[in-house]
Ligand binder design. Structure first.
Ligand code: CIR
Length: 253
């Protein structure tokens, strides 16, 4: 169960964020409203939220998930793969140093976005992607093994991050795009296929027995509900324009 979350208010420069989506530029005031509803949903799921102030220097800084990996008593500060995002870690390091006793860091030339990291029970999957290089993945593997966790490193192709393709919903349930559905690494899980037309919804977020699902993907939502979860549908259209999903908008622990 999660008890806390950290989020970061979107900045006005959000409209200059990185994007491969061709969905146009986000509208700032809509993004701000959507972010507010996201916070309300997290609170409804029982988490206490810390909101960091907007930082105009970093257009993508609302996607706070990429800057750190947090657990109940330790945190790993990442080294984001995109040059324009590297400085985002400064603010997150400051706050995490106040909250956690054990802090580790991914160091240059290793790069890692935590959107490439998925925890499944006591195991971590680490995606090697355009943002997370082999060295960064290896560094995290070593750090996690020091903390007593096992990890699997796998390659992510054609997506920004590992969690653009797969989301763990607990109780052995793994939501997966068709591309990842047959990966041998995931064979032992109850895989729930996300239809290609709904692939964005593969990034849904389990929060204490509820699942946050992006608005507009009814087939995926109904598959998740059939597993017995209550879902909360959230419109995150403005973050989607920057390739961001539900998990990207918070750090949970
Ligand atoms: C980026 O390209 O870095 C941002 N526009 C989106 C980051 C999304 N983060 C995530 O999936 N964890």
């Amino acid at each position: 169960m999660f008890t806390k979350a950290i989020v970061k208010t979107p900045c006005r420069n959000l409209i200059k964020g990185l994007s491969m989506s061709n969905l146009g530029k986000p509208d700032y005031s809509t993004a701000l409203k959507q972010h507010g509803r996201y916070i309300e949903a997290i609170i409804k799921c029982g988490l206490k939220v810390t909101e960091l102030e907007a930082d105009e220097q970093y257009p993508d800084s609302v996607f706070i998930e990429d800057t750190a990996l947090v657990s109940s008593d330790w945190a790993v500060i990442t080294n984001p793969g995109a040059f324009s995002r590297k400085g985002e870690v400064k603010a997150i390091k400051k706050i995490l140093t106040e909250k956690f006793r054990i802090i580790e860091e991914i160091r240059h030339p290793g790069t890692l976005d935590a959107g490439d990291v998925m925890k499944v029970d006591n195991h971590y999957f680490i995606g090697r992607s355009e943002r997370t290089n082999s060295l960064g993945a290896q560094q995290l593997f070593q750090i996690l093994s020091k903390f007593g966790y096992t990890s699997t490193i796998l390659t992510v192709e054609n997506s920004l991050h590992l969690k653009s393709d797969v989301s763990y919903l607990q109780q052995n349930n793994l939501l997966s795009t068709i591309q990842f559905y047959n990966k041998s690494e995931f064979e032992k899980y109850n895989r729930i296929p996300v239809e290609p037309a709904e692939s964005y919804a593969a990034n849904s977020l389990w929060l204490n027995d509820r699942v946050l699902v992006p608005k507009g993907f009814p087939d995926t939502r109904s598959k998740i509900e059939k597993l017995g979860y209550e879902t909360i549908e959230l419109d995150v259209s403005e973050f989607r324009k920057l390739d961001g999903g539900l998990s990207c908008l918070s750090l949970r622990y």
